[in-house]
Design a protein around this ligand. Structure first.
Ligand SMILES: C[S@@+](CC[C@H](N)C(=O)[O-])C[C@H]1O[C@@H](n2cnc3c(N)ncnc32)[C@H](O)[C@@H]1O
Length: 165
């Protein structure tokens, strides 16, 4: 889910070996076969769509086009399961996700993401990291009603669940 390649650029700057994939280049992360010849990774970075907040393309395989929230979570679980297979023994998987609203209700996407990851055999490897959206549109907007705007995303750093849990 490398999108425009921010992670690729950061790795290049830091001199870290990098492999990037995305549906827009034909790689469907929900399919187990996509991962067959990839080898293993010390670190996997995932930045999935926040369900339907932004539609990235017209493909039914895109997580932004999942018809229901349950279908989105189910697809995310498949991605977690596939990534787990290619994670090195002490490898970490980080996922960046923010919340969104659907039909006037908050979806709780960061919480659903953690639940989905736990169901696929991950546990938190670190406290959650909050990415504050300094430059986001909503940080400058003036709202007519009083409510708490969402100004952050959550980064969850995960590792395989230890066997004694
Ligand atoms: C939030 S964007 C990632 C943005 C990225 N961090 C960047 O630097 O541009 C989510 C990405 O997930 C990709 N995606 C959605 N469903 C996917 C799937 N099933 N397999 C692989 N990539 C998928 C989309 O094509 C989109 O590029």
């Amino acid at each position: 889910m490398e999108g425009g390649g921010t992670c690729r650029d950061v790795c290049k700057e830091l001199g870290i070996a990098y492999e990037g994939r995305d549906l827009r280049a034909g790689f469907d992360a929900t399919r187990s076969e996509s991962f067959d010849a990839l080898g293993s990774f010390d670190f996997v970075w995932l930045h999935p769509p926040y369900w339907q907040m932004i539609r990235y393309n017209a493909s039914s395989r895109c997580l932004s086009n999942a018809p229901t929230l349950a279908a989105f979570v189910s697809a995310l679980r498949s991605v977690f399961a596939n990534c787990r297979r290619v994670l090195a023994e002490h490898g970490k998987l980080a996922v960046l996700i923010g919340d969104g609203k659907h039909e006037g209700r908050y979806l709780g996407l960061p919480f659903r993401t953690l639940n989905a990851a736990e169901a696929e055999g991950y546990q938190l490897a670190a406290p959650e990291i909050i990415r504050f959206g300094h430059g986001s549109t909503s940080s400058k907007r003036v709202y007519s009603t009083s409510f708490i705007p969402r100004l952050h995303d959550v980064c969850l750093v995960l590792e395989r669940t230890s066997s004694n849990r």
